[in-house]
Design a protein around this ligand. Structure first.
Ligand SMILES: Nc1ncnc2c1ncn2[C@@H]1O[C@H](COP(=O)(O)OP(=O)(O)OP(=O)(O)O)[C@@H](O)[C@H]1O
Ligand SMILES: [Zn+2]
Length: 656
């Protein structure tokens, strides 16, 4: 298709104004995985002028079934760079920049985010989502946040000061299990799988179970003694680890965890009054059965293995992993931290070990064994990623972005008209802001959820920011600092007291902790450099005044050498710092108060370990979907809005 042909159709569909804006837009897409590949295709084909892609990962075989920009020959190459190459071919008019980096890297600072008209998140973990949310708030750039889990999907438009941010609604921490259930009283296959993955595997090949998020170590007086016993067991296992590589090693490990520990547990008779007591396994007996086991049993991943088969896979994978540890150790440079292995559902050696160990434990406790295939899903916490869910979600992201851009357009147009009419600047600000809110209220929170046997798209108006949200209900500004000259006292006296009118009761905090409060004045004479405050760091001012306290103020540091006659520290722009809300409106948290309250009909607005697959838990999706489903299901979904203004385009992009 020629460029003009391409433009003609897009312009007709979207309207010439929006289309022109899209062609000039510079957008950022964070994550080039399942949603990202679909989204990039949409952005490129729509004709967004300049697209920047950030992804830290390389392409894996398991990505190819749904991340259609990647092919076999791309395995191990950068996702961002390959996505750029593949999608670039779709539309030569679009400029694409790719970064094979972590979005949390310091090069992607607030000033860098400010270059974009809109940001799209296509991520798979809470931490990165939270980071981009914060950066977009600091840079005052609209964010389209999205996530999918199986058949469920969600898209949310986030705009500073207008809508809820990603952190306005609490997100659940990943599921964890009490340590005693995992270590002493398992009753389900998942308990044995978590034991194999987060305890046995990590004690032998990793660091320590203390790091495993799936294990809840909180003690109460009743289980304190058992937890102490379990610690001793772990210590004993650590000692066995030292004999890795020796002939005795497999027998020592097996006897420890499948015999001695089980016999100790069994001897605690009280525990087994209401439960079936475990039965230890015998290493020597099982060795005798080995010759009868098929050689390629580990490949039969759909079958439920017998005790002997599990034993065979256990020994074989233990030996494969031990050899790998030995090799890593031999190749490691001196001075490095000790070599460790980490569980990866796609790493056959680690999966075989976890599957066989989990099943041996299940057999001991009279729990049904599972196939390796099932265990892979459960250990990887996997809800299968569904290509069509990603595709639908990615298309909704773009439709929502259109609405955000239309709000910008409307605001600019009104500003132009008011300026021509020589309207006062203050009034222009109020009017254009109202217009922006009104237009933005057409954007929606969109849910994709299976509803009975039918899959449906449902929407909900966006809510106003939560006034108690610690992330978005703060004031922000940037300060220029000559770090070798500016002292903490300059910040406090000149900037906070004189320019911003702070009183006596406030504190200054950095990521490292408290820098100043009325009782802590030891740092006053220190310079920013001496305090370790650098470019792109931020400090938070917490107002503790009894009366009229203002919300927290976050100041981003822009380090610059300022001439000796210039002030060593200054604000780039005077921030507006609203008062803290008087009462915490906890009961309104998560409701959908419209972002505009002036009687609009479609009210509303405002308000989903890298490399690991997204789960409902860490994507923070499932609860929210369940919470909303009942409410939105009743909405009629046959509202059709036909727009046929030449400048507004003819396709239907409204979904309310
Ligand atoms: N901090 C980060 N910086 C940059 N990219 C990130 C960051 N965290 C996650 N990502 C990227 O976000 C993408 C999310 O995509 P997706 O959810 O499809 O995961 P995936 O790893 O590609 O596939 P799988 O579903 O097998 O986990 C991944 O490509 C991942 O590398
Ligand atoms: Zn918030």
């Amino acid at each position: 298709m020629t460029a003009t042909g391409r433009d003609r159709h897009a312009s007709k569909s979207l309207g010439s104004n929006l289309h022109a804006r899209i062609k000039q837009a510079r957008v950022l897409m964070v994550g080039a995985g399942g949603i990202g590949c679909e989204l990039l295709k949409n952005l490129v084909l729509t004709g967004f002028g300049e697209i920047h892609i950030v992804d830290l990962d390389t392409i894996d075989l398991s990505n190819l079934n749904r991340q259609f920009l990647f092919r076999n020959e791309h395995i191990k190459k950068s996702k961002a760079l390959v996505a750029k190459e593949s999608a670039g071919i779709f539309n030569p008019n679009v400029k694409i920049e790719a970064y094979h980096d972590n979005i949390k890297d310091p090069q992607f600072n607030v000033a860098w985010f400010q270059k974009f008209d809109i940001v799209f998140n296509a991520l798979d973990n809470l931490e990165a989502r939270r980071h981009v949310n914060k950066m977009c708030l600091a840079a005052d750039v609209p964010l389209v946040e999205s996530g999918t889990t199986g058949f469920n999907g969600q898209v949310q438009v986030i705009r500073k000061g207008k809508t809820q941010c990603y952190d306005c609604t609490p997100k659940d921490a990943p599921k964890s299990f009490p340590v005693c259930t995992i270590r002493s009283t398992p009753s389900q296959p998942i308990h044995c799988i978590v034991w194999a993955k987060s305890y046995l595997f990590t004690e032998i090949f990793g660091t320590s179970e203390d790091d495993a998020p799936e294990l809840d170590h909180s003690e109460d007086s009743e289980n304190a003694k058992e937890i102490a016993n379990l610690r001793n067991e772990s210590q004993a296992l650590k000692r066995i680890r030292e004999s890795m590589g020796s002939k005795e090693f497999p027998g020592l490990v097996f006897n420890k965890v499948f015999k001695e520990d089980i016999e100790r547990l069994r001897s605690m008779e009280d525990m087994w009054k209401t439960r079936k007591a475990p039965t230890a396994l015998d290493y020597e007996d099982l060795l005798k059965e080995l010759p009868s086991v098929e050689k390629n049993i580990a490949q039969k991943d759909q079958a439920t293995w017998t005790v002997a088969e599990n034993f065979a896979v256990f020994l074989d994978s233990l030996s494969r992993l031990s050899n790998r540890m030995e090799e890593t150790r031999a190749n490691a440079d001196t001075g490095n931290s000790p070599p460790i292995l980490t569980f990866d559902k796609d790493d056959a050696d680690t999966l075989d070990f976890v599957a066989a160990s989990a099943n041996l434990r299940s057999i001991i406790f009279g729990i049904e064994a599972r196939s390796k295939f099932d265990i892979k899903q459960m250990a990887g916490n996997i809800i299968p990623a569904i290509a069509t869910t990603n595709a639908m979600t990615a298309s909704i992201c773009v439709l929502q972005a259109f609405k955000v851009m239309r709000a910008d357009l409307a605001k600019d147009k009104l500003r132009e008209q008011l300026s021509e009419a020589k309207t006062e600047e203050e009034l222009i600000k109020t009017k254009t802001d109202e217009e922006y809110s009104k237009q933005l209220s057409k954007a929606k929170m969109v849910f994709l959820a299976p509803n009975g046997t039918e899959r449906r798209v449902t929407t909900e108006g966006l809510s106003r920011p939560d006034e108690t949200c610690p992330v978005c209900s703060v004031a922000q500004s940037t300060i220029v600092v000559d770090a070798n000259r500016a002292t903490l006292n300059d910040l406090i006296e000149d900037l906070l007291r004189l320019q911003l009118g702070y009183g006596e009761e406030f504190s200054v905090n950095s990521d490292a902790g408290l820098l100043y409060d009325p009782e802590e004045d030891a740092n006053l004479r220190k310079t920013f450099a001496e305090l370790g405050l650098k470019n792109d760091n931020s400090i938070t001012i917490i107002d503790d005044a009894d009366e009229g306290a203002r919300v927290n103020l976050v100041l981003h540091i822009s380090e610059q050498e300022l001439g000796s006659e210039a002030k060593p520290i200054d604000l780039t722009q005077k921030p507006e710092i609203p008062l803290k809300p008087r009462t915490a409106p906890a009961e309104t948290n998560g409701d959908s108060r419209p972002i505009v309250t002036n009687g609009l009909t479609n009210g509303v607005t405002n308000g989903a370990t890298s490399g690991l697959k997204r789960t409902a838990d860490d994507a923070g999706l499932e609860d929210e979907l369940i919470r909303k489903k009942g409410k939105v299901a009743a909405k009629p979904d046959d509202d059709v809005v036909v727009v046929d203004d030449a400048n507004d385009g003819i396709i239907l992009i409204d979904d309310d």
